[in-house]
Design a protein around this ligand. Structure first.
Ligand SMILES: [Zn+2]
Length: 517
């Protein structure tokens, strides 16, 4: 069987999430019959434009796996649906989900009336699982994938194991990283229904278990503060990425130019983003000219306050930045190319974890709590296979906290990369063109443009996981399979304002559930 996902229409949301996950995907026409072994899973984003329902039903009946949203399932599979409000989804660890997932949506959606998995804020199930002939279908809430294109933001609290008041930040309203986790788990389930391992491109170079990137926004720091933070990075061999605020630091930009083994990116001239093109362009060019006059040509950009709007997106593209990082567009997720004004941007978005010392300080946390907080972020990132990208400002000092974080990263043997290095590697990963197939317990990979730094990860039906390099033929039984061992829930962190009680209730239920099992 080919381990290729077929899709009847490539929508921007599906393109983003499938590329992040790293499964090969091909457009499939329903004009003619679809042999069940041609595609391991068939995604049907929009039934209205699909030509022939009969061929899809035959594929399903013959043992195929289908992934579909509720509005399309209503017609294709004669499913009854109902409309409910999805503020937050809670996926519980179990047969489908390898760990608990919290996912903010703030959307009305149609869901299958027979839905049996993944609850909303009122405890109503939202994901349906259906067997049909010899095949299986998963029915997602309508609009789930389109919500990956949302550019709305919202103030949210972030869960902190260290106790005390919760830090909060204005971030992307939709938890896009959590949607990706839901889709990846559901896809893996549908692969497993077909008796094959779920195989995808691994998220980190050279088979590393994760990567660490340290982002520094230099806002209003003094020369001394910048110098001290730089020394700490040097001492710990951390290739940090410095996004330079050029207005107050214009007179000593050379300090950044002369840094060794660090990446210099661009933050701003005036520390703000404007709603219109002209002002954004003027402001961005003004600071860029200051950097360029010192021989600095940044390829990365990070906006003040993590803000993002389509005007900014357009100008970053005009200025040919290779990547940017704005948590109002996305946080705690893998990189992706944003889609706006009817096309994909050429500027890769590299999401970070958006809580800084400033947010923790506003929540009146202590230094010991800062360290506990970041250690729990590292643990959660290791469990959820999201890169460890955290940020700091030289003016917020607390160098001993970061000394502890760097020590933890080194102890865990996690490689450090600048954000530019990770973004360049991610682009190489995106260019991989491969056609895997699975026969007699062997994974056979036809690969057009091999890149030795890109590895594969397989998840077996027994939920064991293996990361390994590309080879033409891979004997599945000989891989070094490991238990997934996930202790931290994904995005337990994120709850909206006024809702902290729910987080605690959920947390207690979770702990109680774990004690019982
Ligand atoms: Zn800033």
């Amino acid at each position: 069987m080919r381990l290729i996902v077929g899709i009847t229409e490539k929508t921007p949301g599906w393109e983003i999430v499938l590329e992040q996950i790293g499964v090969p995907c091909q457009h499939v026409s329903s004009d003619k019959s679809i042999p069940e072994d041609e595609f391991v899973v068939l995604i049907i984003p929009d039934l209205e434009r699909t030509q022939n329902i009969k061929h899809i039903l035959e594929y399903l009946n013959d043992g195929g796996s289908i992934l579909i949203e509720a509005d399309a399932a209503k017609r294709l599979l004669s499913q009854k649906v109902r409309r409910i409000y999805l503020k937050t989804l809670y996926a519980e660890e179990g047969p489908i989900f390898s760990q608990s997932i919290d996912c903010d949506l703030f959307n009305w959606a149609q869901v299958a009336q027979t839905a049996s998995h993944c609850k909303n804020q009122n405890g109503k199930n939202v994901i349906g699982i259906l067997s049909y002939g010899k095949g299986n279908a998963v029915i997602l809430p309508s609009g789930l994938i389109a919500s990956l294109l949302s550019t709305d933001d919202k103030q949210k609290f972030f869960y902190s194991e260290s106790g005390g008041r919760l830090p909060s930040e204005k971030v992307s309203k939709v938890s896009k990283g959590s949607i990706r986790h839901i889709i990846q788990n559901v896809l893996a389930h549908l692969y497993h229904c077909r008796g094959v391992p779920f195989v995808h491109l691994w998220h980190f170079p050279n088979g590393a278990k994760n990567v660490f990137s340290f982002r520094v926004d230099t806002d209003f720091g003094t020369q001394q503060e910048v110098g001290e933070l730089y020394s700490l990075c040097q001492k710990n061999r951390i290739p940090a990425t410095w996004f330079v605020e050029t207005r107050t630091q214009a007179k000593w930009i050379r300090l950044f130019r002369d840094m060794k083994n660090q990446e210099i990116g661009y933050h701003c001239y005036r520390h703000r983003i404007f709603p219109d093109d002209r002002k954004n362009r003027e402001n961005i060019i003004q600071g860029l000219n200051i950097l360029r006059s010192e021989g600095i040509y940044p390829k990365g950009y990070a906006a003040p306050y993590g803000e993002w709007n389509s005007s900014l997106g357009k100008i970053l593209q005009e200025q040919q930045f290779e990547y940017s990082s704005e948590f109002e567009l996305d946080y705690d997720d893998l990189p992706f190319y944003p889609y706006f004004n009817n096309s994909f941007s050429t500027v890769l978005q590299v999401p970070i974890h958006p809580v800084s010392i400033g947010n923790l300080r506003r929540a009146r946390q202590t230094k010991e709590q800062y360290i506990l907080y970041y250690k729990s972020v590292i643990r959660e990132k290791l469990d959820s296979d999201n890169p460890i990208l955290i940020y700091h400002h030289p003016g917020h000092q607390n160098l001993d906290v970061f000394q502890e974080i760097f020590r933890e990263i080194q102890m865990q043997k996690i490689p450090s990369m600048s954000m530019g290095e990770y973004s360049t590697w991610w682009k190489r990963r995106s260019r991989i063109d491969w056609t895997p197939a699975f026969y007699n317990n062997k994974l056979v990979c036809d690969i057009q443009n091999q890149d030795e730094s890109v590895y594969l990860r397989a998840i077996s039906p027994k939920k064991k996981s293996a990361v390994f390099p590309f080879k033409k033929v891979i004997e599945i039984d000989k891989l070094a399979w490991k238990d997934q061992n996930r202790s931290s829930p994904v995005r337990l962190a994120h709850i909206s304002k006024w809702d902290s009680w729910r987080l605690w209730v959920y947390r207690m239920e979770n702990i109680y559930g774990k004690l019982k099992s």
